[in-house]
Design a protein around this ligand. Structure first.
Ligand SMILES: [Mn+2]
Length: 380
């Protein structure tokens, strides 16, 4: 079977960077898939005798999704360096150009939909790009990085490492809601099998709370994933990274306690937002849900969109209105491609992208109404 396009090329480039002691920056999305991708690659490189110069996770609320100007500015002190973008980057045309100018060599490893063109990165791995003959297109980004780790480590991949990487891959695949089929099913089954006896302190710590989480393993896992998704940034690092990278069970337990409290508060807020939306859509009965507010918490709108999309079986565009721009998230029922739908209205948008069922967009406030009308015209 054909391999993922450019996977081998990426492995060769990383091996060369390790050998030449080049500076390597891992630039990942702050969600669990991005964080898992960063941790797996970081540990692979360490096992090969290399070192990571820095990790960076853009804060979605403060700077937006993807490769950001702020992120590049903060990392520029390390140039010349190899910048590996994980679980983001495929839509960052301008930012990749800027990164090159600043002295980064950019590799993108992403699994999101390809937009009209590709960014000018040195190497791009994305199973959805043209010319990629790998038949399974549903891998999480961590799944791609796991496959990269097999190429990079070769015979140095011990059973322990494999189990350890598969645990993260399984969590990331579930968290990213990738289809539970094909290789994903294999990763999930293998990864979950060893999860409870993981040596990783952050995961071990979760299971010391397991009796509070109740139910069987699958219930515990959804609880773990929802806690790993709570936004809590310290020193620019998301909680999930600090936890899964922590060397101490005690420290992890402390952080988990904090996340449990935050999560409770988060749920109440989400309920309030859902009620507010339901009140509004009752009056309208449009075929799409298109609602936003200046007061809503940006980190909660994705959960809210999922809930109302599922409940009403309609595409849900939920957004937070900022001073000049609006940032939004989209969830669609099965069979409706949100990225393709937004492509038809892209002239109103600043950026957009993601997966068919889950994506995001940024738009100037002055274009919101026209964007909505465009969606209504083009939907069905
Ligand atoms: Mn992802």
């Amino acid at each position: 079977m054909a391999e993922i396009k450019n996977l081998k090329k990426t492995a060769d480039r990383i091996s060369k960077a390790i050998k030449n002691q080049e500076r390597i920056i891992l630039y990942g999305d702050a969600d669990l898939d991005g964080v898992s991708s960063v941790i797996i690659l970081k540990e692979v490189i360490k096992n090969l005798g290399g070192e990571i110069t820095a990790v960076y996770f853009p804060d979605r609320e403060a700077e937006g999704y993807g490769i950001t100007k702020k992120g590049l500015e903060e990392m520029r002190k390390f140039t010349p360096a190899l910048l590996i973008a994980l679980d983001l980057g495929i839509g960052n045309f301008q930012e990749v150009k800027m990164a090159k100018k600043l002295g980064f060599e950019v590799i993108i490893i992403d699994h999101h939909e390809i937009l009209d063109k590709l960014p000018e990165a040195k190497i791009i791995v994305d199973p959805k790009q043209k010319g990629d003959k790998y038949s399974f297109k549903g891998l999480a980004n961590a799944g791609i990085v796991f496959k990269l780790s097999e190429v990079l480590l070769g015979r140095q991949m011990t059973n322990n490492l494999r189990e350890n990487f598969l645990q993260l891959t399984a969590l990331a695949t579930i968290a990213d809601m990738m289809p539970k089929e094909n290789e994903n099913l294999e990763f999930i089954n293998l990864g979950l099998k060893s999860l409870e006896k993981s040596w990783r302190p952050g995961i071990k710590a979760f299971f010391t709370f397991a009796s509070d989480f109740g139910g069987g393993l699958s219930q515990k896992i959804s609880k773990i994933i929802s806690l790993l998704n709570v936004r809590d940034v310290e020193d620019n690092l998301p909680a999930s990274f600090r936890l899964l990278n922590s060397p101490s069970i005690e420290e992890s337990q402390k952080l988990i306690k904090k996340l449990i409290l935050k999560n409770r508060f988060r749920k109440e807020k989400i309920d309030e937002m859902v009620v507010a939306i339901e009140r509004k859509i009752e009056e309208k009965s449009l075929p799409i849900i298109f609602e936003g507010d200046t007061d809503w918490d940006f980190t909660l709108i994705s959960s809210v969109a999922s809930i109302v999309c599922h409940r009403y079986q309609k595409p849900a565009f939920i957004f937070k209105i900022l001073d000049k721009e609006t940032q939004g998230t989209v969830r669609t029922p099965k069979g409706i491609d949100s990225v393709a739908l937004m492509k038809k209205c892209q002239k109103y948008l600043v950026t957009y992208g993601g997966h068919p069922q889950a994506s995001g967009f940024r738009i100037g406030n002055e274009n919101l109404e026209e964007f909505k009308q465009c969606l209504l015209v083009n939907y069905k």
